[in-house]
Design a protein around this ligand. Structure first.
Ligand SMILES: *[C@@H]1O[C@H](CO)[C@@H](O)[C@H](O)[C@H]1NC(C)=O
Ligand SMILES: *[C@@H]1O[C@H](CO)[C@@H](O)[C@H](O)[C@H]1NC(C)=O
Ligand SMILES: *[C@@H]1O[C@H](CO)[C@@H](O)[C@H](O)[C@H]1NC(C)=O
Ligand SMILES: *[C@@H]1O[C@H](CO)[C@@H](O)[C@H](O)[C@H]1NC(C)=O
Ligand SMILES: *[C@@H]1O[C@H](CO)[C@@H](O)[C@H](O)[C@H]1NC(C)=O
Ligand SMILES: *[C@@H]1O[C@H](CO)[C@@H](O)[C@H](O)[C@H]1NC(C)=O
Ligand SMILES: *[C@@H]1O[C@H](CO)[C@@H](O)[C@H](O)[C@H]1NC(C)=O
Ligand SMILES: *[C@@H]1O[C@H](CO)[C@@H](O)[C@H](O)[C@H]1NC(C)=O
Ligand SMILES: *[C@@H]1O[C@H](CO)[C@@H](O)[C@H](O)[C@H]1NC(C)=O
Ligand SMILES: *[C@@H]1O[C@H](CO)[C@@H](O)[C@H](O)[C@H]1NC(C)=O
Ligand SMILES: *[C@@H]1O[C@H](CO)[C@@H](O)[C@H](O)[C@H]1NC(C)=O
Length: 493
């Protein structure tokens, strides 16, 4: 979801900070000191992603920004998925009457196949193969100890009949459908309460044929929130790899309330103007690895979320331990990696590295607002390459985007500990825009080695309600990020 609003207050705040007075500096000092005392959020002992895979050496307590240097390539977080033996029972969709002529409905074939394979969950697991062909289907559910294998030239096509995407309950952490009140359309491929599921193949594809849904959105006749292409809920140990996902009606891959999710070597494509076709949105999930994907769509390539305002706060299911690496792509009106805007259950321990974004509105965007509550902490972002990205780094408020009138204006999100290094951006049109929230200073924003090449001479940093430390930044960072006496924040991080 994305909403743009001119940020009028920004300029005023920016002017205030241009001429630091003595009183102002001591205020900053007080803020730093206070922040050091408040220890509800412990700084990371190391923010090297390597610590995920190798135990820390006993005597290395002196981590510094050095540990942010890019890690050797070839590193993988796919270990979040625990290999399980391939299913013993292997069937083809054609065994259940499947016809890949691009016209016949295969809804019954898929549902029958899954019903049959439900019988093998405790008997060695199973695999459903979709051979070459174009298989139109309505929504179907997956099962546990199960592999969906899309062979070369296999295409699953989303039905063009909205009734084949039945309405299900809204997510408790959203309290309603994200776009419309009440229930929401189920995803084309759906999983709920599963363990050990693999969706893979030899570059087979799943095509949501979303145009019908985008039209409903554009012409304002959408009655219920659109369905995802793939949604996995309340599940554990899931792998999605080696396939292509096309034309999702709404967010493409939506793992929610789930753990140990690996999404590797997946291509996601949707028209660049297709509304809300986010690539991958881990939402209230832990241990998520997203790597080696190419994504091109009408919304964020990857967006980390955790529920919406009072519903997300009440559910309190954070997103944590998320690794996003070697992702490349483009999204003209949105961001490479977004954090939020729905983040009310909290988001922590996120690593974004080796990201390559081109021709997009933003590279990295943290988006939250009053009413969200929750927190965003310990976010490490390193080795980001951008070409023709309008605003390379952006922190911003939402656009008065709340589920209903029950949101709490006093629920101010806490943003603390964002470590950004080794960023190179060529031909951005604006400088970084970093806007915290009034009475909700974003603190511990640390940046090192950020180079913005070929910026228009009028472009500069715009900062408001943020504080932190920077080193080796070009052009020079805003004064709010030059609190050198707070540098120890970053050194211990
Ligand atoms: C911060 O995140 C990194 C990587 O996500 C993790 O290794 C580290 O333990 C985290 N620190 C804390 C204090 O949670
Ligand atoms: C497509 O399927 C419909 C019924 O579902 C049928 O009327 C039509 O003849 C089929 N078209 C082709 C080209 O097979
Ligand atoms: C899946 O298979 C494993 C053995 O491979 C078994 O322990 C487990 O109970 C099965 N069922 C589910 C739902 O995971
Ligand atoms: C799929 O699972 C959902 C629950 O998550 C359920 O509402 C729906 O009826 C199931 N669909 C089928 C075809 O079994
Ligand atoms: C990625 O997936 C494609 C098929 O979609 C496959 O040809 C290729 O070998 C895979 N690459 C890796 C590194 O697994
Ligand atoms: C996979 O298929 C998609 C579309 O079907 C295509 O665009 C892409 O180039 C293919 N990738 C590989 C590695 O074959
Ligand atoms: C809106 O789009 C849908 C789907 O394409 C179409 O069926 C409907 O006629 C359109 N309504 C208007 C008012 O254009
Ligand atoms: C992807 O495909 C490649 C080539 O077939 C294979 O080596 C690799 O194991 C597959 N990866 C996954 C995670 O399925
Ligand atoms: C930085 O990321 C790019 C991909 O955008 C990758 O090709 C390069 O190897 C990475 N650099 C390092 C030092 O890891
Ligand atoms: C600064 O970042 C760039 C882009 O990632 C990288 O190529 C360069 O090696 C980095 N410099 C230092 C001193 O780390
Ligand atoms: C950046 O813009 C200049 C023109 O101002 C152009 O010559 C150059 O090719 C552009 N580079 C990229 C990577 O877009």
């Amino acid at each position: 979801m994305d909403g743009e609003k001119p940020l009028i207050g920004a300029i005023i705040g920016g002017d205030f900070f241009k001429k630091p007075t003595c009183a102002f500096l001591s205020l900053l000092f007080a803020i730093c000191a206070l922040s050091l005392l408040q220890s509800s959020f412990v700084y990371p002992s190391s923010f090297s992603p390597l610590s995920y895979f190798f135990p820390k050496p006993a005597a290395s307590n002196t981590h510094s920004f050095q540990s942010l240097l890019p890690v050797p390539s070839g590193l993988t977080c796919s270990g979040f998925f625990q290999e399980v033996p391939r299913g013993k029972t292997v069937v083809s969709i054609t065994d259940f009457g499947g016809v890949g002529d691009g016209n016949t409905s295969n809804t019954e074939a898929f549902r029958k196949a899954i019903k049959y394979l439900d019988g093998f969950v405790e008997k060695g697991g199973s695999m459903l193969v979709v051979p070459e062909g174009r298989y139109v289907t309505g929504s179907f559910n997956l099962t546990s100890n199960f592999t969906l294998f899309l062979d070369e030239g296999a295409v699953i096509l989303g039905s063009q009949d909205p009734k084949e995407w039945p309405i299900i309950e809204p997510l408790p952490s959203y309290g309603r459908g994200r776009e419309r009140l009440g229930g929401r359309h189920i995803s084309l491929i759906h999983g709920n309460g599963l363990t050990n599921v693999v969706i893979t193949g030899r570059n087979g594809s799943i095509d949501g044929q979303g145009r019908m849904w985008w039209d409903l959105w554009w012409n304002r006749t959408l009655e219920r929130t659109r369905g995802h292409l793939v949604e996995i809920m309340n599940s554990h140990n899931i792998l999605i790899s080696n396939i292509t996902l096309l034309n999702s009606p709404f967010w493409t891959v939506h793992p929610v309330y789930s753990s140990n999710i690996v999404i590797q070597n997946v291509t996601i494509l949707a028209p660049l103007n297709a509304p809300n076709t986010d690539g991958i949105d881990p939402d209230s999930c832990t241990n998520v690895c997203i790597e080696d994907c190419y994504i091109e769509s009408g919304d964020d390539l990857v967006a980390v979320k955790s529920g919406w305002d009072q519903y997300g706060i009440a559910m309190a299911r954070p997103s944590s331990n998320i690794i996003i690496r070697r992702i490349s792509g483009t999204t003209p009106t949105c961001s490479g990696v977004g954090i939020g805007s729905e983040m009310s259950g909290g988001i922590s321990n996120v690593v974004v590295e080796d990201l390559h974004v081109r021709d997009s509105a933003a590279g990295i965007r943290i988006k939250t607002d009053k009413g969200r509550g929750g927190y965003i902490t310990n976010i490490t972002i390193t080795n980001i390459t951008m070409e023709r990205v309008k605003i390379p780094l952006r922190f911003s408020r939402g656009a008065n985007d709340h589920p209903d009138d029950g949101w709490d204006p006093k629920a101010i999100p806490k943003v603390k500990g964002v470590f950004i290094s080794n960023v190179i951006s060529v031909n951005s049109t604006k400088g970084p825009m970093l806007h915290g929230i009034e009475n909700g200073l974003f603190e511990g924003i640390c940046m090192k080695n950020v180079t913005l090449l070929n910026l228009p001479s009028s472009a500069s940093w715009h900062c408001e309600f943020v504080s932190g430390f920077t080193e080796d930044i070009s052009p020079m960072a805003c004064p709010q990020l030059q609190n050198n006496h707070c540098a120890s924040w970053c050194l211990y991080s």
